[in-house]
Unconditional design. Sequence first.
Length: 124
Amino acid sequence: MLKPLWSSLSKSVSAIGGQPPDAELRTQKTVLVVLSLAAIPMGLIWTPIELSMGDTASGVATAVIGALILINFTYYAFSKNYTWFRFSQLSIFLSFPFVLHLTVGGSRGQRIWSGDSGHRSSRS
């Protein structure tokens, strides 16, 4: 039952960027497109949750990342430039945890790990 559904979904999703002759590249494209499409509704769900909890910086960061993913996906759907899509989408996916962590703060060790030295001493 799930196999025909997955097969039809896979064909329609991989058709977004064109059909490469190589099966491995076709699989890579399909996976990245599905991840990108899954990230858009997640941003739409998390943004209002974060904003309603009073965490404005995190809510705005989530909304901006969701918008970037949507813009990037739309560009890919029209341009069919998979090399750029792969680079930019993976850059967005990998930078999002660091950006979100900077908006919520954390201990000095967490800030160093995320790349923000903080310039504040944890000692009083």
